[in-house]
Design a protein around this ligand. Structure first.
Ligand SMILES: Nc1ncnc2c1ncn2[C@@H]1O[C@H](COP(=O)(O)OP(=O)(O)O)[C@@H](O)[C@H]1O
Ligand SMILES: [Mg+2]
Length: 266
C-alpha cells in the first residue's frame, strides 16, 4: 500500500477536492483504495456521501486504538473505494497524540495491519499545523500540496514546506516525498489565464524552487463550477464529460504510480 496525503496549511486550498477526485480515479482504474478523513470538519466524509452512525468507530477510535483498524473501515457507494470517516469529535485526539511522545508515527502504525488489503491510501489532512497533521504527514510516502492561486495560497505553501522540512530535519527516517504542488482555482478568461493567477503561479514556482531542484508545480486545477457540481452529484469529472478538467488529477495519479513504479491497470 502506498500512502499519499493532501496537505496545505490553510482552509479552502483544495485538499479535500483533490483527495476525492484522486481516490475516485484510482478506484475507477481498478485499484483498491482506502480514503481517510483526518479533518474534524469531515468534508471528505460528506463529499463521499457517507453518514457516521452514532457509536460506530471513526478515525478517532482507530488512532486511540480503541478498535482494530479494520473495524473503522467502511464501504462507500463507489466500487473499490473504502473510507475511514471522521466527525468533529476527532479534535479530541490531539491531546492523545501529543501525550504519546511519538504522535507523528501513530497513524502509520495503525495502518500497518490493513496495508495488504489496499493498493493505495489517500488521506485528507486538516488545515492547521496540529498533532493530526503531523501524524498524517508521518504516515505518508507521498505528499500532494494543493495551493489556491492567491496570496493566501502562497502563504499556505510556505507554511506547508516549512513544516515538511522541520519534520525531515527532526527525523532522518521520514520518507515522505513531495509529489507536487497543484495550483487550485486557476482563473482563465477565454483562452487567457488572468494576470493574478499567472503571477501567483509564477510565485509558486519560485518558492518551490528554493526548496527543491526539480520543478514540482504540476498542471493546475481550473476555477470551475463543474467541480462542485461533480461533488454534489457524486460523479467523476470523466463521468461529467470534463476530460480537460480531469487532466491535473490524471497527472497526480501518474505521480502516485511513480512511488512504486507501477503502471496504469486500465
Ligand atoms: N475547481 C474548482 N473551482 C472552484 N471551486 C472549487 C473547485 N473545486 C472545488 N471547489 C470548491 O472550493 C472549496 C474549497 O475546496 P476544498 O477542497 O474543500 O478545500 P480544503 O479541503 O483545502 O479546505 C469547496 O467548497 C469546493 O466545493
Ligand atoms: Mg478540506
Amino acid at each position: 500500500m502506498q500512502t499519499v496525503s493532501s496537505i496545505s496549511l490553510a482552509g479552502g486550498q483544495g485538499k479535500t477536492t483533490m483527495v476525492l477526485f484522486v481516490a475516485r480515479l484510482l478506484a475507477a482504474k481498478g485499484h483498491t483504495v482506502l480514503a481517510i478523513d483526518a479533518d474534524p470538519q469531515s468534508s471528505l466524509t460528506t463529499f463521499l456521501g457517507f453518514t457516521v452512525e452514532p457509536d460506530s468507530p471513526t478515525l478517532l477510535e482507530v488512532l486511540k486504538k480503541q478498535v482494530d483498524t479494520k473495524d473503522g473501515i467502511y464501504e462507500t457507494r463507489y466500487n473499490n473505494l473504502f473510507l475511514i470517516p471522521s466527525d468533529d469529535a476527532l479534535d479530541t485526539v490531539q491531546d492523545y497524540l501529543a501525550g504519546s511522545g511519538t504522535g507523528a508515527l501513530t497513524l502509520g502504525r495503525r495502518l500497518k495491519s490493513v496495508a495488504k488489503l489496499f493498493n493505495y491510501c489517500i488521506i485528507d489532512a486538516p488545515p492547521q499545523r496540529s498533532q493530526i497533521s503531523l501524524t498524517v504527514i508521518g504516515a505518508s510516502d507521498g505528499l500532494m500540496i494543493p495551493v489556491e492561486a492567491s496570496v493566501k495560497g502562497l502563504q499556505s505553501l510556505i507554511r506547508t514546506l516549512e513544516l515538511i522540512n522541520e519534520l525531515k530535519e527532526e527525523d532522518e527516517t521520514f520518507g515522505g516525498r513531495v509529489l507536487g504542488v497543484v495550483p487550485f482555482r486557476d482563473r482563465w478568461v477565454g483562452l487567457r489565464r488572468t494576470t493574478e493567477s499567472e503571477s501567483n503561479i509564477e510565485s509558486m514556482k519560485q518558492i518551490t524552487s528554493q526548496w527543491f531542484e526539480e520543478d514540482l508545480v504540476l498542471p493546475s486545477i481550473r476555477e470551475s463550477e463543474k467541480f462542485k457540481q461533480a461533488i454534489n452529484r457524486g460523479l467523476t469529472l470523466h463521468e461529467m464529460g470534463q476530460e480537460d478538467l480531469a487532466y491535473p488529477i490524471e497527472v497526480l495519479v501518474d505521480k502516485i504510480y511513480s512511488l512504486d513504479g507501477k503502471h496504469d491497470k486500465s
